[in-house]
Write a protein that binds this ligand. Structure first.
Ligand code: GLN
Length: 497
């Protein structure tokens, strides 16, 4: 029998539906793979062996009874540890939630379960999703399966590393400033930030509520589309959820085609600070899009250069407010509660012990930016920049169907290289942040390996809000063309662990 961990999610679902493989066999194969390699990779914070096998058994029983199964029934998935899971630890990569067992499922968790998707466990992440390397996790870093001494991206490095090391064919991430797309780029996987409001945030631990967006991660564009449809759609429990039909992303992924499309190349993303091999692969991808029948137009988005500073005011401001709830009274950790201290003292001791450096840095920054006397100068100005960025996108989408850029300026950097340099770390999200500020949809797909280091490069595709299907149409076309030309970068070249 073929190695069940090497199949795509679509192939896995088909094998289960036809009875070629049982869901239990598929789950066991992935649990065995986790057992064999995750000590080295450290993609998972928690593996739910029993829960996964039970969920798989339920799918097999439903099949035996002749029930119709959903398109991903029985397919295993790695879930970022930012989504609540009833009865299963949820830490958000932080010590402050160590030992907390949520009493409820996030909407995403519930939809995965309803789809018969088998949740293998919870994946490592930068604490509270703050970071671009997963080094800010309170539980230690994750290795990039392409080179374990390098970062797998962040904040969702556990999810992307699980995919690239064949520990799961599907994963879920969240993207506040790039945390789905940047890890996808540096691990040679596919990651999608849906339109803001496209996937429910209910039960997703809040970092920056106006930017946070959950989304699908996979090894192929079609697999990401299938997962997208499983988790997306209106949720009355999330007041920012969009009450409109989900764009037809699976149909788009099955019909990859850019013939006659107008594709804009963002002029501001390139040049100084961009690795030569990243630009080379990006430029080749643009050439490929032209060969496939797209019209290529250069587009200037002058406000994008202000996106990074605006983000680093807005995101910490919202975080400083959202993280106020970790007060030692309601969840997880409580330090110093020996009967002699006031509630305020216990809260302070707990937050001192429970939060890591980056989280504290952002709480301080955000509190400062929101303080009276500074509010207009910092937060107010950042919100104005946000409007300018939205206008740049509106103008661009008045002339082109999608925009493209490199996803990240460089390939995966060595663990430790930027750990003490927050500014260098923040630059990893230069190209991804504008879409979070504007709320539109964006995807990263692999577009080859950089010649100088042999590491994956990501192509970012950006679409207007509610036009997520365009990402998949373009992504599937590029994926098919690249696979035809060089072979799939991950499926054929990923190093053995
Ligand atoms: N790297 C960015 C940050 O540190 C984005 C993180 C994210 O998307 N969650 O805030």
């Amino acid at each position: 029998m073929t190695d069940l961990t090497r199949l795509t999610a679509a192939e896995t679902a088909a094998a289960i539906a036809t009875g070629e493989a049982s869901a239990v066999d598929v789950a066991q194969a992935h649990l065995d793979r986790i057992g064999a390699v995750d000590e080295k990779v450290h993609a998972f914070l928690h593996v739910d062996t029993e829960g996964a096998l039970d969920a798989a058994r339920a799918v097999d029983e439903r099949r035996a009874k002749g029930e119709k199964l959903g398109p991903l029934a029985g397919v295993p998935l790695a879930l970022k540890d930012i989504f609540t899971t009833k009865g299963i630890p949820t830490t958000v990569g932080s010590k402050i939630l160590e030992g907390w067992i949520p009493p409820y499922d996030a909407t995403v968790t519930k939809r995965l379960k309803d789809a018969g998707i088998v949740i293998l466990g919870k994946t490592n992440m930068d604490e509270f999703a703050m970071g671009s390397s997963t080094e800010n996790s309170a539980y230690g870093p994750t290795g990039n399966p392409w080179d374990l001494t390098r970062i797998p991206g962040g904040s969702g490095g556990g999810s992307s590393a699980a995919l690239a090391s064949y520990q799961a064919p599907l994963a879920i991430g969240t993207d506040t400033g790039g945390s789905i797309r940047q890890p996808a780029a540096v691990t040679g996987t596919v990651g999608v930030k849906p339109t803001y409001g496209g996937v429910s945030r209910y039960g997703m631990v809040a970092f920056s509520s106006s930017l946070d967006q959950g989304g699908p991660c996979a090894r192929t564009v079609l697999d990401a589309a299938l997962l997208h449809e499983a988790i997306a759609g209106y949720d009355p429990l999330d007041s920012t959820s969009i009450d409109a039909p989900v764009p037809s992303v699976v149909e788009a992924a099955r019909n990859g085609n850019v013939q006659g499309m107008r594709i804009g190349v963002v002029k501001e993303f390139g040049g100084e600070g961009y690795q030569a091999g990243v630009m080379q692969r990006f430029n080749e991808s643009v050439e490929l899009l032209r060969e496939l029948g797209a019209e290529i137009v250069e587009i200037s988005c002058p406000s994008f250069k202000l996106a990074l500073p605006a983000y680093y005011l807005i995101a910490p401001s919202e975080a400083s407010s959202n993280l106020a709830r970790f007060d030692a009274m309601r969840y997880g950790l409580r330090v110093g509660d020996d009967g002699t201290k006031s509630a305020e003292e216990v809260t302070a001791l707990t937050r001192e012990a429970g939060f890591g450096d980056e989280v504290k840095r952002r709480i301080i920054l955000g509190t400062y930016a929101l303080s009276s006397g500074y509010y207009d100068a910092y937060y107010g100005s950042a919100q104005k920049v946000r409007t300018l960025i939205s206008r740049d996108f509106e103008a661009a989408f008045g002339t082109v169907d999608v925009l493209v850029s490199p996803t990240t300026p460089t390939t995966a950097f060595p663990i430790g290289e930027r750990a003490d340099d927050p500014m260098a770390m923040y630059l990893a999200d230069l190209c991804t942040i504008p879409s979070n500020l504007a709320g539109n949809a964006a995807m990263s797909i692999p577009c080859g390996l950089a010649p100088e280091d042999g590491l994956p490069v990501g192509l970012q595709i950006i679409a207007p809000a509610m036009a997520d299907d365009r990402l998949y149409r373009v992504g599937a076309a590029v994926e098919a063309a690249l696979t035809g030309r060089w072979g799939h970068p991950l499926l054929e070249e990923a190093p053995a662990l």
